[in-house]
Design a protein around this ligand. Structure first.
Ligand code: SIN
Length: 174
């Protein structure tokens, strides 16, 4: 019987896990890449002026680094209810293997906002993404704070991400 469930966070869940967990480890998902292609109407923007937040894009040969959180199976229903609400603006749960740096692997759950959801914004030039993030604000705070917290967390955990770091440089340059 499984006594714990692994949740993988690659965006705000890395730096603001507001749920109970037993342990956390850096982990990777294969075939996915992080992009600021999801619109945020409810956290880092508003419906008339959405911000941009992270989602995962399927990309063969790529891998995305983030944080895996080990959750008690008994608490999982309650925690996923809370997270479904937090991620309600277009994200759906996915299940796939998570890979750890020591070579071990577990089945994991993560939230993805795919291109069919109503809030999806899709690709844009890095300068435009940086400009949109710079000017956007929502009920959870500024979009820039989201981006900077994510970039800081990735640096702290030594996870490379050209997309995130180039948007951060684009914001600094403005
Ligand atoms: C995640 O962090 O894993 C999902 C996207 C977000 O809430 O920023």
């Amino acid at each position: 019987m499984t006594s714990s469930i692994w949740l993988f966070g690659y965006g705000s869940l890395i730096w603001r896990p507001d749920f109970d967990f037993n342990s956390s480890r850096i982990a990777w998902v294969d075939g996915w890449s992080r992009r600021f292609w999801q619109g945020s109407h409810d956290h880092r923007g508003v419906p008339e002026a959405p911000g941009r937040v992270a989602t995962l894009i399927p990309l063969i040969g790529e891998r995305c680094g983030g944080m895996a959180f080990e959750i008690d199976a008994e608490s999982a229903v309650r925690i996923f209810d809370q997270l479904d609400y937090r991620e309600k603006n277009g994200y759906e749960r996915f299940q796939a293997p998570l890979y750890f740096d020591d070579g071990n692997q577990v089945e994991g759950v993560f939230y993805v906002a795919n291109e069919d959801n109503h809030a999806y914004l899709g690709p844009a030039p890095i300068e435009k993404i940086a400009a949109q993030i710079k000017r956007s604000h929502g009920p959870s705070g500024s979009n820039e704070e989201y981006l900077r917290n994510l970039a800081d967390a990735l640096r702290r955990h030594k996870i490379e991400d050209d997309h995130v770091f180039s948007i951060e440089s684009g914001i600094i340059a403005r």
